[in-house]
Design a protein around this ligand. Structure first.
Ligand SMILES: C[S@@+](CC[C@H](N)C(=O)[O-])C[C@H]1O[C@@H](n2cnc3c(N)ncnc32)[C@H](O)[C@@H]1O
Length: 342
């Protein structure tokens, strides 16, 4: 997003530069000023050539303190790659609008793995009823800053989708009309469990941009043979070790959507801003799935099983769902008593 028309004060610009310096703002493409720009565009365009660190070649701000990182040498190229990358997000938002008859004013949206919330902020600027993001990194400072700059009210909660429990241990994600999930399932060792979680909380539709193995006719998940990425952590124990390059076959994706109540699944034509993006858009495919039946996954039903009551937040949610607010009150009174509170 080009923020130049919105950043009105020196203070807003400084806060944005501080967010770059803190390591939060670098991945999604934003222009803050004529000489301050961020985005992963060049790395995707050049397939991470010569990159050894996740903070390399995604920030151009030579006149400012943005930490110890390699900045791009060729500004016009960096700018062009991010312009192309930005056009992919614009395409995502346009396609979401198109699939909803061009009117998003009555729709609520959530994005899991939202990073700095580019799609959510774009939808909010276009008048969406509400937008909410979740990410395991604490993006509150970025969301606060963008809401201030853009005059929006996009919500955020730091939340870790746990691939061992197939849920968010900090508390449940509430239902919305449309769930968005982009460039995320490739980082999850159990993508169909994640899709179950997300679809269970989508009343009307799901926009998915996911790494797909389109060559396999069977329903399967394809894992990389070796550590898939030099600059991502591969030290986590198996199966969390598989934290990138996890591909679903298209067949599996369709079965998953169908079994979760989404019979209408549209494959969105790939948008290729320039030839270098062909490889990226061939791997990462976009889909819009519409809910046609009121179906939930086994995980939804097993929410009530005792093994999942791991945190107070989960327990609170469960008691509210069971209509046991008086029990919840007693529990909280007891907790406060034990902690010496009034
Ligand atoms: C490749 S980025 C994609 C971000 C954004 N959806 C986009 O397309 O620009 C993946 C994002 O998911 C977040 N993420 C990865 N695994 C996660 C998990 N298990 N729980 C919550 N967030 C996660 C990362 O912090 C990151 O912001």
């Amino acid at each position: 997003m080009d923020l130049r028309p919105y950043i009105k004060t020196e203070r807003q610009l400084k806060e944005g530069i501080d967010l770059i310096n803190s390591g939060l703002l670098f991945y999604q493409p934003f222009i803050l000023a004529d000489d301050v720009e961020v985005g992963e565009g060049q790395n995707f365009h050049d397939q991470y050539q010569d990159v050894k660190n996740i903070h390399d070649l995604n920030v151009y701000a030579p006149a400012h303190d943005v930490g110890n990182r390699t900045q791009p040498a060729d500004l016009p190229k960096f700018r062009q790659c991010n312009e192309e990358y930005r056009s992919l997000y614009e395409y995502v938002v346009k396609e979401i609008e198109n699939r909803n008859g061009g009117n998003i004013k009555d729709l609520t949206f959530a994005e899991i793995g939202c990073n700095t919330g580019l799609s959510l902020f774009s939808l909010a600027k276009k008048g969406a009823k509400s937008c909410f993001g979740y990410d395991w990194n604490d993006m509150h400072p970025v969301f606060n800053w963008l809401n201030n700059v853009l005059g929006t009210n996009v919500g955020f909660r730091q939340a870790h989708y746990d691939n061992l429990y197939h849920r968010f241990m900090e508390g449940d994600v509430p239902e919305v009309d449309v769930m968005i999930n982009t460039i995320f399932t490739n980082h999850q060792c159990d993508p169909i469990q994640f899709l179950s979680y997300m679809c269970d909380r989508a009343r009307k539709g799901v926009f998915l941009w996911a790494l797909i193995d389109a060559d396999r006719p069977e329903a399967c998940i394809v894992y990389p043979n070796s550590p898939p990425h030099d600059i991502l952590d591969t030290a986590r124990p198996f199966p969390l070790y598989f934290n990138n390059d996890v591909r679903m076959s298209e067949k599996l994706l369709h079965i998953t959507f169908k079994c979760l109540g989404f019979d209408e699944v549209e494959t969105i034509s790939p948008f290729v801003p320039s030839p270098a993006w062909q490889y990226f858009q061939t791997g990462f495919r976009m889909y819009y799935a519409k809910r046609t039946r009121d179906m939930k996954s086994a995980y939804w039903h097993s929410d009530l099983s005792i093994k999942n009551i791991c945190t107070l937040d989960t327990l609170k949610h469960l008691l509210v769902r069971l209509g046991l607010r008086p029990v919840l009150k007693k529990l909280l009174d007891y907790k406060n008593l034990m902690q010496g509170k009034e």
